[in-house]
Write a protein that binds this ligand. Structure first.
Ligand code: PMP
Length: 407
């Protein structure tokens, strides 16, 4: 049988009963030839597709897996909570413990509340900011992803102009455009929402400049608007206290998800005392928002990350990957751009507007057992070892050779 016959058969069945076979960005049709759609198993930083092919994983489930799949301490906490009770008429005691942990860990946080997905958290932040300020306008960077809800979806299909009526765009790291957007919202500015750094699809990543971050804070201070830091993607990979801590700029509200519970479904909003009353006044809820097992997972994840020095380990392995890729690219005479924090790498080829080289590189690497992404930032976890990175580099060497041969 072919190396992907089980996957192919599942895709054919899915095409009949799931719209498009798979929705959104996880549709494997958006990836190069040879990427599986369906997975069977995962362990540490390794992943097996339904045909039994094994990969070293550089996507980490698009962010959530931060300690590696099946981290023993996290899974034990989940089992304990699940055995006692998880979906009940209200939260378990673990909700309070987790809120206490976040308030102790996240620098700006005086309180926390919980949801399921990153988009729940960003949307809740916007609602809380509007409730707290009694204003409507929200400034967001053009191209920044904050979720798939109508107010922020990158697609306008099925979205009305009214859904976007009070969103004003600026360009990330561009102070003049930020000030112009703030002027446009004049007197009605509820919030500025910013990603932890510029991690837009298919372009070089950019860290926020200290001047930009300071200006965002200053405009919020001058107008009374909320600074919302969307830490859904970068949260707990850059700094446990919040991704803008190294810049010395604190948000009023932060959205979290992805890495917060090592793969278990959870999101959180943290906020300061200025927005406590507003947060208590809005109506936000979901059938599974107080599910206790994921909160137990989160508490164990945050503890294990500290114990294991997870951020330092991801950074070291991310640097090993970056150095290795840079060396291989140079050996092959190939121009490569590696941008953003090393623990969240974006790897793009020079002179590759249609991602032809990037796709050939990734299609080759996946045949050699490394699951990379040609256009999206990737993610390291604390489970990646030097041996894993070296396996990725061996697969990447084959990828660079293919790109060089293709010319
Ligand atoms: N904000 C950011 C910065 C994200 O990266 C994402 C998810 N990629 C979201 C919000 C939305 O999260 P979710 O897909 O869990 O709703």
């Amino acid at each position: 049988s072919l190396p992907n016959s089980v996957d192919t058969a599942l895709r054919q069945r899915a095409a009949r009963v799931v719209p498009g076979g798979m929705w959104g960005h996880l549709n494997a049709a958006r990836l190069p030839e040879g990427y599986p759609q369906f997975f069977a198993r995962s362990e540490g930083c390794h992943l097996w597709d339904v045909d039994g092919n094994e990969y070293v994983d550089l996507m980490c489930s698009w962010g959530p897996i931060v300690l590696g799949h099946h981290h023993p301490k996290v899974e034990a906490a989940v089992r304990r909570q699940a055995t006692a009770g998880s979906c009940m008429n209200g939260p378990g005691a673990v909700m309070v413990e987790l809120a206490e942990k976040l308030v102790a860990t996240v620098a700006h946080a005086d309180w926390a509340m919980f949801q399921k997905n990153g988009g729940d958290a960003t949307t809740s932040c916007v609602t809380i900011a509007r409730a707290g300020t009694r204003r409507r306008k929200v400034l967001a960077a053009r191209g920044s992803y904050h979720g798939s809800a109508p107010w922020c979806s990158p697609s306008l299909v099925g979205v009305t102009a009214e859904d976007r009526a009070h969103i004003v765009h600026f360009d990330y790291n561009d102070i003049a455009s930020l000030e112009a957007a703030a002027d446009q919202a004049e007197g009605d500015l509820a919030a500025i929402i910013v990603a932890a750094f510029r991690h837009d699809l298919a372009r070089d990543q950019e860290l926020p400049t200290p001047e930009f971050a300071a200006r965002v804070r200053a405009i919020c201070d001058a107008t009374g608007a909320a600074l919302i830091l969307d830490d859904v993607r970068a949260g707990f990979r850059i700094h446990a206290g919040g991704s803008w801590e190294p810049l010395g700029v604190r948000p009023d509200l932060s959205s979290w998800s992805k890495a917060i519970a090592n793969g278990h479904p959870l999101a959180a909003v943290t906020g300061n005392d200025r927005f406590r009353e507003a947060a208590a006044s809005v109506f936000v809820t979901g059938s599974f928002w107080c599910e206790a097992s994921s909160m137990a997972a989160s508490l164990a994840t945050l503890e294990a990350m500290e114990e294991e020095g997870a951020i330092a380990r991801m950074t070291a392995m991310g640097q090993r990957l970056r150095d290795g890729l840079a060396g291989l690219a140079a050996d092959n005479g190939i121009g490569l751009r590696q941008t953003g924090p090393v623990q969240m790498p974006m790897v793009l080829f020079d002179d590759d507007p249609d991602f032809v080289r990037g796709e050939l590189f990734c299609a080759t690497a996946i045949r050699h057992g490394a699951y990379l992404h040609p256009r999206h930032n990737m993610f390291l976890s604390a489970a990646h070892t030097a041996a894993d990175i070296d396996r990725v580099l061996a697969a990447a060497a084959a990828g660079f050779a293919a790109v060089r041969q293709a010319g």
